[in-house]
Write a protein that binds this ligand. Structure first.
Ligand SMILES: [Zn+2]
Length: 309
């Protein structure tokens, strides 16, 4: 075979190997499964998307794996929750990725919190004093479907900017997602309507947006501060508050130890419900819409089991 033919054969091989990737225009990495689900809703088959964290992990404390660096190295776009949620594990990975496209400030560094409604914003000086892991407002904002809508809209704009050829495709998918979300919201709200104002206690401060969206009243937390494990004195305070206000439901994220919640439940006649805050956190919560579907079904069943009307 002539050298020119060998070259042609090699070129042909390289070209055909490149074809499957050419189908998906953008390689997106997200920090969490919730963001991956929303990106997938908008990006469809024009993007590949992968989450670094798993849905059953505490997103504040994800164990960084070497494979994350490679994924970030190859990413065209990094979508993160922001508000310091990933501060303990993401910044070093971004540096190690040596990928200029996704460095903070670059075009491919996309902070999903920028257009979201953020609760628990600090009023005084911003501080991580005493280990509070929510110094820039509450980072669990994706748990309000209205924020999901805002994130989806911002993702659509970003994908269209990075891949203008498919802008109409992203717009069509975003409109479809918006419509399905609106329909689902009406159903969820009517499922939760009978329990409006129901008082609950939660382990971590993961649920203020969810509580606002669906009419729950969170009266206390098992953690004394976000990220700080329970202390005996604080646990006594929670028990007293639950007794005084006749609170019967304790919501616990899947990655926390159940010892303290179970002990509180047994002293207050309450019930512990493990509730997943993220897509993939439990079986069935397979995408952003199914996450709320799962949460609301679990909640409604647990509320009924406590005897609340
Ligand atoms: Zn948190």
């Amino acid at each position: 075979m002539k050298p020119s033919l060998i070259l042609a054969a090699l070129f042909g091989l390289a070209f055909s190997a490149a074809v499957p990737r050419a189908e998906a225009a953008l390689n997106v990495v997200t920090t969490t499964t919730d963001l991956a689900s929303i990106v997938s809703e908008i990006g469809g088959d024009k993007v590949t998307v992968e989450s670094l964290a798993r849905g059953y992990q505490d997103p504040h404390f994800v164990e960084a794996k070497p494979s994350f660096v490679l994924k970030l190295h190859q990413a065209d776009l990094l979508v993160l929750v922001g508000r310091d949620l990933e501060i303990g594990w993401l910044p070093a990975l971004i540096t190690q990725s040596r990928n200029a496209r996704i460095q903070p400030g670059a075009d491919g560094y996309f902070d999903a919190s920028l257009t979201a409604k953020i609760l628990d914003l600090p009023t005084g000086q911003i501080t991580r004093a005493m280990g509070d892991v929510h110094p820039l407002g509450n980072p669990h904002y994706w748990l309000d479907p209205e924020n999901g809508r805002r994130i989806a809209k911002a993702v659509q704009a970003k994908l269209a900017q990075k891949d203008a050829a498919n802008a109409a495709y992203y717009a069509q998918r975003a409109a479809d997602f918006d419509r399905r979300l609106t329909e689902a919201q009406q159903r969820w709200k009517s499922m939760m309507a009978p329990y409006k104002g129901l008082k609950v206690v939660t382990y971590h401060r993961s649920w203020p947006n969810f509580a606002d969206a669906f009419g729950l009243d969170v009266i206390g937390y098992i953690e004394p501060k976000p990220g700080i494990p329970p202390t005996p004195q604080h646990t006594l305070d929670v028990i007293q508050a639950m007794k005084a206000q006749q609170v019967k439901l304790i919501l616990v994220e899947p990655y926390f130890d159940l010892k303290t919640p179970n002990s509180i439940a047994s002293q207050t006649g309450g019930k512990v419900l493990v509730l997943p805050p993220s897509v993939g956190g439990v079986k069935g919560a397979d995408d952003y819409l199914k996450l709320f579907e799962t949460e609301i079904s679990l909640l409604a069943a647990a509320i009924k089991a406590t005897g609340a009307k």
